[in-house]
Design a protein around this ligand. Sequence first.
Ligand code: FAD
Ligand code: NAI
Length: 466
Amino acid sequence: MAQYDVVIIGGGPAGYNAGIRAGQLGLKVAVVEDRVTLGGTCLNVGCMPSKALLHASEMFEVAAKDFAGLGIDVPAPKLNLPVMMSQKQTSVDQLTKGIEFLFKKNKVDWVKGRGKIAGQGKVEVTAQDGAVQTLEAANIVIATGSEPSTLPGVTVDQARIVDSTGALSLPEVPKSLIVIGAGIIGLELGSVWRRLGAKVTVIEFLDRICPGMDAETAKTFQRALTKQGMSFKLASKVTGAAAKKDGVDLTVEPVAGGAAETVSGDYVLVCIGRRPYTEGLGLESVGITPDKRGFIDTDHFKTGAPGVWAIGDATHGPMLAHKAEEEAIAVIEIIAGKAGHVNYDVIPSVTYTFPEVASVGKTEEELKAAGVEYKVGKFPFTANSRAKINHEAEGFVKVLADAKTDRVLGVHMIGPDVGEMIGEYCVAMEFAAASEDVARTCHPHPTRSEALRQAAMGVEGWTMQA
Ligand code: FAD
Ligand code: NAI
């Protein structure tokens, strides 16, 4: 029986980063993954392919709509969907191969097959050909990730009714795409297909988009997407779907009650959240019972069973690749006797639409609910010279700081490239910065990043350029 210090089940951002860190620290480690490629949801059917399509579709729209205004006369661009899809797949393949390379470099064994806990310290792996082997592990890390949540009455067939995986590989541009759920997936993938020519309607249960996002930012975001041609049906619930050969009829009712209507589209994307994936994992063999929603409860990544840990989407917290990566590093460092730690107050979130939305820390609503007194500094991109020059001046930066100590508690931005800029405030918050620290830091001119400083100046009321 092969013996390991750590056996990790799942090769996504949680599992592969845990594997690499364990290898770096000299632990004997195996990662069990049953997909044909490493990288999990993120690399195969999540972050990476979606960002590849977001980038390509944005270029397509810019070429069609913005080039002429910049004095670049080119014929109207024509979409070559097979090429757009194959460049996406090429990047994905390179990235998943990259993880294999990193495994070899750090002496991480990839045990191919489906992992199942078979009692304390044992992981049984069933390969695709049915061969079974058992690994002995001083520590088992569950990193099995998540899968799309399902909606009763709306069965995903990956033909006309798709989930995010299907929506990353549609065979044609829909004439009309109905998106169920105005969260990150719906707005990112809805943007992709709208840019390529689909009429996109988003149906959302709540009376706002992106629950959890700072409300003022979400409102501005919805306005921007509406201006681009996306339509929203808020406070509405889908109660049934009838798939036909060339489309789908959805039955939609107001949440508050009232008459049902039929909304038809040639494709439907169901994206109402994701749920942890822990099926058939043998949890009962070590006495672990997931909570009602399927999440594995942990205390500093420790489950209730000795030597069994859980990280990433399979456990609580934001379902984000970088959160999974943080937990991967921390759990392995704890196993190796170091002081692994994750600061859950500084986990950023980015929506990669146009404009992008980025945030870190508390929203205004959260601060109000907690009774924290705070000050706000806000700066619009219309007053930022670089944004103006590029004719991309939509959006703002908003900094929330403690009214007494001036410590930065939350930052919310909407605008082009804000996903790249939020990292600056993550570092600032890790160092417990005051807004004045950012306000008095020299930023390069002309860049959008100057808006970060101007917003920070606004906390004490001395924004200079607006
Ligand atoms: P996963 O990535 O789901 O990996 C789990 C792995 O475990 C899978 O490969 C699975 O095959 C394997 N596995 C499961 N059970 C077993 C078993 N019993 N035996 C062997 N292997 C098993 N997050 C971001 O931060 N930024 C983004 O831009 C972003 N975009 C996204 C876009 C889409 C369309 C989707 C769906 C998600 C996106 N996410 C994004 C979320 C991100 O993909 C997840 O948060 C992240 O992948 C979680 O990592 P994980 O390792 O916990 O799980
Ligand atoms: P989500 O939680 O972001 O949004 C789901 C939306 O569906 C919510 O607005 C919710 O109110 C709504 N909803 C729920 N039930 C509904 C119903 N019956 N009818 C209509 N609307 C309903 O989930 P989503 O978009 O599926 O994404 C899953 C997760 O994947 C995200 O929460 C995020 O963690 C991750 N992700 C991250 C990305 C990023 O970081 N850029 C990109 C894509 C996904």
